[in-house]
Design a protein around this ligand. Structure first.
Ligand code: BGC
Length: 493
């Protein structure tokens, strides 16, 4: 169960008493800049709901709202062994999951470090590397089984259009990836070609997003789960909608309108038009300097990849204006993305009133000596950035709940920011409470965002199992042949 911690997110404002007036003035300006009040949260939710609808419409909008062809939830009785591959930002994880048929599972897994330059390398390097990792895993765990064909649930967490359950045409890279020759292409044949070249007997049975995996895996162990969300390097959500509510599928499918289908929202793209999110000059700079400007507007404000960078830009600005670190070299601070979200977490977690851990952090990482008032400003800034992220994240959850009329449910949440950033879950819960005017304590919130099951492992395996079952029963796992042809033609590939 979720541990929401203290009833109200802590405020450390009181400890600013000894901060000199000019820094206090800076703090108060930052507070104005980064605080999102209840009214604004409600306005964002209202706009978010209409953007979710737009994404499902024939005209489409900036939120992709991708039908994933996941049309079943597990019954808990699924059995069998499946491979799962998760291509995250820093690591590649390969797992073998054995579903035990009683809402339980066994898992064997290996992690392979992804060389950082692979994020901007070539497509061949990427697929060959992945095939090598899968091959190494099979050699270690299934030696001499070349004739056996393994079923793989491939978690590829980037916006991909899907015409069926096991393909994915990459719309655009996110999370700092920039590999040529993949955008606009189906990634499944690319991976399978590399597997064939290297004689690895694996078939991609399902290609899934981490959010869909999270929702399905969490529902497997907690059937009250109706949404899966990721707050990590990137951010996104999945939920179930009905075919009848997805006008853009009209004429492309042969499915009963009442069929539920999981939607990978790709909500990181919310407000790409910059209509409503409270973007600061720092957010705008991050966007302009990113490999994909004007994309992922929501994600760039709330996801882990960007939180440290926001803090770095504010600090540099304060240095340039002469408010902090006077007379010190700040060369090391000038390197883009040199602060990550874990740095912010550590700042917020410093248990000492005089913030000696923050002092050590700045000294060891940047060779910068800080005064106590400077550290207090830096800590308040971290709180503001982390709180804004958590409150805006809640807008996405609230918008989905409002769109489908969910009054009470569990939301399975995963990702480094949700799991490790201090107070993120309770700050988000507080925002949900304000948005819906709920009474009572945070623990009594009817919609609870809580730690998820392993979506890209167990979730991917479950979806592979459900897919095989559906195919065996003659069910559909994608568009009709004619629908697919027309859809692909529309994409102008
Ligand atoms: C991707 C999504 C993914 C999310 C969380 C975003 O950048 O576009 O597909 O679900 O990150 O990993």
């Amino acid at each position: 169960m979720v541990h929401l911690g203290p009833k109200k997110p802590p405020s450390r404002k009181g400890s600013l008493a000894d901060v000199p007036r000019d820094l206090l003035e800076q703090i108060s300006q930052l507070e104005k800049l980064f605080t999102v009040d209840t009214q604004k949260l409600k306005a964002i939710v209202a706009h978010f709901v209409s953007e979710l609808e737009k994404g499902l419409s024939k005209e489409g909008g900036s939120i992709p709202m991708i039908p994933t062809w996941v049309m079943d939830l597990p019954t808990g009785t699924e059995k069998g062994a499946f491979l799962a591959l998760d291509m995250g930002g820093t690591n590649l994880r390969v797992c073998e999951i054995t579903l035990l048929g009683n809402r339980d599972f066994d898992i064997v897994q290996s992690k392979y470090h992804m060389p950082p330059d692979m994020k901007t390398g070539t497509s061949e390097q990427l697929w060959d590397y992945i095939a090598d990792c899968l091959s190494a895993f099979l050699k270690a765990h299934h030696p001499n089984e070349e004739s056996h064909e393994f079923h793989l649930g491939f978690t590829f967490s980037y916006p991909c259009s899907q015409t069926k359950i096991n393909n994915g045409i990459l719309q655009r890279w996110t999370k700092g990836f920039d590999i040529d020759g993949v955008e606009g292409k189906d990634v499944q044949p690319m991976l399978e070609a590399a597997l064939q070249r290297k004689k690895v007997p694996i078939k991609v049975t399902a290609l899934i997003n981490d959010t869909t995996g999270t929702m399905v895996a969490s529902n497997y162990t907690d059937p009250e789960t109706q949404m899966g969300v990721i707050f990590g390097t990137g951010c996104n959500a999945a939920y179930f909608d009905y075919v009848k509510n997805i006008p853009k599928l009209e004429g492309l499918v042969d499915l009963d309108p009442e069929t539920p289908i999981a939607i990978n929202c790709e909500w990181g793209a919310f407000d790409n038009e910059h209509n409503i999110l409270p973007r600061t000059a720092y957010d705008i700079q991050i966007d302009n300097d990113s490999p994909r400007p004007n994309q992922q507007a929501f994600e760039k404000i709330i996801a882990g990849l960007y939180l440290g960078e926001i803090q770095r830009l504010v600090i540099l600005d304060l240095v340039n204006q002469g408010f902090i670190f006077e007379g010190q070299g700040v060369e090391n601070l000038k390197e883009a993305y040199s602060l990550d979200a874990s740095f912010l977490s550590q700042i917020e977690e410093d248990p000492f009133e005089n913030l000696t851990e923050v002092e050590d952090l700045f000294q060891s990482k940047f060779g910068i000596q800080t005064t106590e008032p400077e550290r207090k400003l830096i800590r308040r800034l971290a709180e503001l950035i982390g709180t804004r992220a958590a409150r805006l994240s809640a807008c996405g959850v609230a918008a989905i709940a409002q769109k489908i009329g969910l009054k009470k449910c569990h939301v399975g949440a995963d990702g480094s920011v949700f799991n490790k950033y201090p107070h993120f879950p309770e700050r988000g819960a507080q925002a949900l409470k304000e948005i819906f005017d709920w009474e009572g304590t945070l623990e009594e919130n009817p919609i609870k965002v809580q730690p998820a099951e392993d979506g890209s492992g167990v979730g991917a395996a479950l979806i592979a199992a459900l897919t095989l079952k559906r195919i065996q029963n003659g069910g559909s796992v994608g568009m009709t042949a004619d629908g697919e042809r027309r859809y692909l033609k529309g994409l102008n590939l």
